[in-house]
Design a protein around this ligand. Sequence first.
Ligand SMILES: CC(=O)N[C@H]1[C@@H](OP(=O)(O)OP(=O)(O)OC[C@H]2O[C@@H](n3ccc(=O)[nH]c3=O)[C@H](O)[C@@H]2O)O[C@H](CO)[C@@H](O)[C@@H]1O[C@H](C)C(=O)N[C@@H](C)C(=O)N[C@H](CCC(=O)O)C(=O)O
Ligand SMILES: Nc1ncnc2c1ncn2[C@@H]1O[C@H](COP(=O)(O)OP(=O)(O)OP(=O)(O)O)[C@@H](O)[C@H]1O
Ligand SMILES: N[C@H](CCC[C@H](N)C(=O)O)C(=O)O
Ligand SMILES: [Mg+2]
Length: 492
Amino acid sequence: MPAVPKSLSEIIQEIEVLGSSGDTGVVIKGMAMDSRRVEEGDLYACVPGFKVDGHDYVAAAVAAGASALVVERFLPLDVPQVKVVSVRQAMGAIAAILYDRPSERLELIGVTGTNGKTTITYLIEKIAAKQKQKVGIIGTLGARIDGRDIPGERTTPEAIEVQKLLGAMVAEKVSVAVMEVSSHALDLGRVAGCEFDVGIFTNLTQDHLDYHKTMEEYLNAKAKLFSSLKGKKQPKLSILNGDDPAFLKLNNASSAPVVSYGIHNQEVNYRAEKVQVTSDGVRFTIQFKGDSQEIWYATPGFFSVYNALAAFVWGVERGYTPKSVAEALAEIPGVPGRFESVRSGQPFQVIVDYAHTPDGLENVVRTARDFTQGRLITVFGCGGDRDRGKRPLMGKVASEGSDFLIVTSDNPRTEDPELIIQEVLQGVSKVDYVALTDRREAIEKACGMAKPGDTILIAGKGHETYQIFGTEVHPFDDREVARESLRRLGYV
Ligand SMILES: CC(=O)N[C@H]1[C@@H](OP(=O)(O)OP(=O)(O)OC[C@H]2O[C@@H](n3ccc(=O)[nH]c3=O)[C@H](O)[C@@H]2O)O[C@H](CO)[C@@H](O)[C@@H]1O[C@H](C)C(=O)N[C@@H](C)C(=O)N[C@H](CCC(=O)O)C(=O)O
Ligand SMILES: Nc1ncnc2c1ncn2[C@@H]1O[C@H](COP(=O)(O)OP(=O)(O)OP(=O)(O)O)[C@@H](O)[C@H]1O
Ligand SMILES: N[C@H](CCC[C@H](N)C(=O)O)C(=O)O
Ligand SMILES: [Mg+2]
């Protein structure tokens, strides 16, 4: 959906500015934060980045047709300019104005936490779609509007893109939008201009310390989602994992009433009990408000109980019958790249999963181990240019839970793949392992050595269809590569 053109002065009236220069009567037709994507009549937002400063690209932006600039310091140019404290924060607010404040026209759910966000957005999509609601998703797998996929690069896109997508959802009469809100997004203002109605917290374990430095800072970023739950639309709700150590802090930070869920904490509002984890999924009973509901959700792992619980709470609190929410959960075939089985008729299991944190990997290794008769062969690596501290921790949990380990590459980006592997190996002990830098070779090795009853767990890339070396993106899909390896071994 295109932006609704507005004069710069109209925009300035609705946001906090430090000052302006030039003709503020100029009409703004759209907005861009990248000079290379500026179109005629756009407002170019000069973002001081981690690598470069957008203020240095105004000449290119103006040459491409930018009609005005949002700046943190006035530039000696004959172009209308608006000066703000933080361009990153102002960008969302301005884009929201240009797209007619779309988040005020639908229910917006934000899902945050280290693991489980994508999964929960898919569960909520299913629950709402079963009630004949049109649903929009924004997250790691891209955006999706009423079942139509729109590719995306980040878990939470930049603010302008977020508002544009929400605007498109409003235009398509979406009533429920569910969005993954990463800690980077909360810190970098990518959700500025969004009025959330519901915040969902999954869990907090180590990740992204390259960016946040401490777990406390990481949690503070997450907490912003819950403290932001105020505004015109009512009611607001925080849905929090009562078993997580971060619960108390988020409970205190929340501006909205809190509903909690969990398994161990006896005080939570929605509690799962009689949990059975099988190789096909999880079965359990939810006790809530003097009522109870049986749940079947076809993704194995104790962690799946938490994901299903969080989605169930949203559905029931929205007023859907517990039975209809349970039926929706039972119908979900699985989320791409999350505990996804590759089946080519081979007498062993091959599972592709997106676990890329110590906690995620530990959970998924334990789950696979629990239903494996033979050996558990785990293939994984750690991303380059990401939290280095998690590498030996992932090496440790993978080696402790597996019978054979193949340490390989997972998006080395600008780092040396061999050195990343060395850091993973620092945590590896008590297990036979091999390091194979080439991920294809690693998967082939696993398939070649598996015997009937074994399980191969290929972790870290899940749905990803690429491998990033340097800044180049090469096609690579764990599921495809596993299928090819199995084919070569004679399975079809
Ligand atoms: C730390 C981080 O998030 N960085 C993001 C940030 O980069 P940056 O601020 O350093 O940008 P920069 O390259 O210095 O450029 C500054 C400005 O100059 C502009 N520019 C630059 C060059 C030019 O010719 N013209 C121009 O206008 C850029 O468009 C930008 O506006 O803004 C860039 C532009 O949007 C993003 O691509 C970049 O994401 C990087 C690549 C990234 O990897 N982010 C990851 C860590 C991330 O965001 N992950 C989270 C969490 C994932 C999860 O766990 O779920 C996510 O939400 O995806
Ligand atoms: N509730 C959970 N607790 C711990 N681990 C989980 C949980 N849910 C999923 N996982 C593990 O984490 C992996 C990623 O799950 P998912 O994609 O839902 O998380 P995410 O929070 O969206 O991740 P990202 O930060 O990359 O967006 C899964 O493949 C699984 O191994
Ligand atoms: N959203 C996560 C995904 C990591 C997936 C893994 N494959 C990697 O590239 O490190 C991140 O950006 O840290
Ligand atoms: Mg995700």
